[in-house]
Design a protein around this ligand. Sequence first.
Ligand code: C5P
Length: 310
Amino acid sequence: MATPLAPEPDWIRVRASGKINLALRVGAVRPTGYHPLATVFQSVSLFDEIAVRWSEPGRFSVTVVGEQADQVPCDDRNLAVRAARLLAEHYGPNRLGAEIVVRKTIPVAGGMAGGSADAAGTLLACSVLWDLDTTPDDLRTFGAMLGADVPFQLMGGTALGTGRGDELMPVLSRGTYHWVLALSEDELPTPAVFRRFDELNPDAPAELPLPTGVLNALVAGDAAALGAALVNDLQPAAAAMRPGLVRILQTGTELGALGAIVSGAGPTCAFLAANEAAAVDLSVQLSSQGLCRAVRRVMGPVPGARLITA
Ligand code: C5P
């Protein structure tokens, strides 16, 4: 059998990036069950690959390969399948079908919006496969129906997210940032982290201030200022659920990171390094501590979901 993600003519392939929240301010839960956010997303160079090809009408299947593939459901809960079905329902319920293959590199339930990246990649790949007349705005609208992070995972780069995190504005960001990621052995379910946030923050505000410290550092291209401004209101909740995260964050800081933060709802931890050489150094030293499943070096910002044309 041919490698599923080989560049064969009948497969459409997309690369979708993971994200870090450079700032994640969280307000009081709304009746919808969602929390208002003021967040700054940055896409980083950790990629899932999504490949799709025609299947018989009404048939949607997914195979997941790569890191932690066994932890991803392959039934109708899979976000890639849900993305394909959503598009098909809108554009041709009795005409469209897709076989989907996802190669995982972004940690599963790791706070880097890996599932949302797969949904974003599938929306793009299926719209090309089925030759649909969709605009980027249309895809973002479908994306928001699938999850709050999906619109950003389509867009990529650096953006301010408000509302549920799905109302986006591009952010001016100078330079490239070098990150070291500490990937965790286990997962942290996002809804549970938000629930713990509610318990820890009974007086969370309804309105949130803009994360100006992070925004100013990005405009200036000042890595040291960005490191100092990183903020995540979900971090205490994630750390309460995974106490080992505190030690990992401390270790990265002691090893010279400019800033240390839990990524999104965790448990992935992100460390900002001054430059590429410092990131190499930090990743080697952090690996040798044996505190996490794996250490990855990534850069940001990078684009969101994009076709692979080669
Ligand atoms: O939108 P998505 O399905 O990715 O969100 C997963 C869960 O994260 C939601 O069901 C909700 O519990 C929580 N969430 C939230 N507020 C947000 C985004 C996500 O409470 N703004």
